[in-house]
Design a protein around this ligand. Structure first.
Ligand code: CA
Length: 219
């Protein structure tokens, strides 16, 4: 899940980036409204966390700009302004959720998971494909009920495949879910993760679609 983080306070942005990366998001941090609008255009994020108090533009203007480019993109507003009219204006402009500073990181994480579930159309925090079950909230994976420990990228890869089970995900789409913008990715990095993940899962669960990408199908 690629998350665009729009926050001009450097220490808060760094803290949020680290915490959201631990939650499994690929985070692109920007500090201004104009950078944010450029990033929405160029990078097609899956989700946005938007601080309303920005140096160059009002956050609500940024929100309106985001909505013109990406009507469905989930946006959570984060702001020190706790005033009711800001909240109403934000929600009226199409924000999907709202959290006032200071906020609890756990609450932000839970709200983003809820937005992510709405995005993927999965009604619950549990995704099941054949014998594999993945809990989006606790990051726990089980195979036939037995816990399976996965490194972060393998977990993100499995989650992406499970959320789109039965559909083919292209290499580019999968790399987009695993790596940050501008991150140096070796050409076979994805294959290596797939190789490791396959050895831990039931045979033939992850199928290669030659020349295109991968799909996950219940055996
Ligand atoms: Ca700010």
């Amino acid at each position: 899940m690629r998350l665009l983080l729009i926050e001009d306070d450097p220490s808060l942005a760094a803290g949020l980036q680290a915490a959201l990366a631990r939650e499994g998001y690929v985070v692109n941090p920007v500090a201004t409204g104009s950078q944010a609008l450029a990033a929405v255009r160029a990078e097609c994020p899956d989700m946005v966390v938007l601080d309303l108090g920005l140096p160059d533009m009002d956050g609500l203007q940024v929100l309106a700009g985001i909505r013109r480019q990406a009507a469905q993109l989930p946006v959570l507003i984060l702001t020190a302004r706790g005033r009711a009219d800001d909240k109403v204006a934000g929600l009226d402009l199409g924000a999907d959720d709202y959290l006032a500073k200071p906020f609890d990181m756990q609450e932000l994480a839970a709200r983003l998971r809820a937005l992510g579930r709405r995005l993927s159309g999965a009604p619950s925090a549990q995704i099941t494909v054949g014998p594999v079950q993945l809990d989006v909230a606790s990051h726990q994976v089980t195979v036939d009920g037995a816990p399976l420990e996965l490194p972060r990228r393998e977990y993100m890869l499995l989650k992406a495949l499970m959320e789109s089970a039965g559909r083919v995900l292209t290499r580019e789409a999968l790399e987009g879910k695993l790596y940050s913008w501008g991150e140096e990715v070796s050409s076979n990095a994805l294959e290596v993760h797939v190789h490791h993940l396959r050895r831990k899962l039931p045979e033939n669960l992850i199928r290669t679609v030659r020349g295109i990408g991968y799909t996950l199908a219940a055996p």
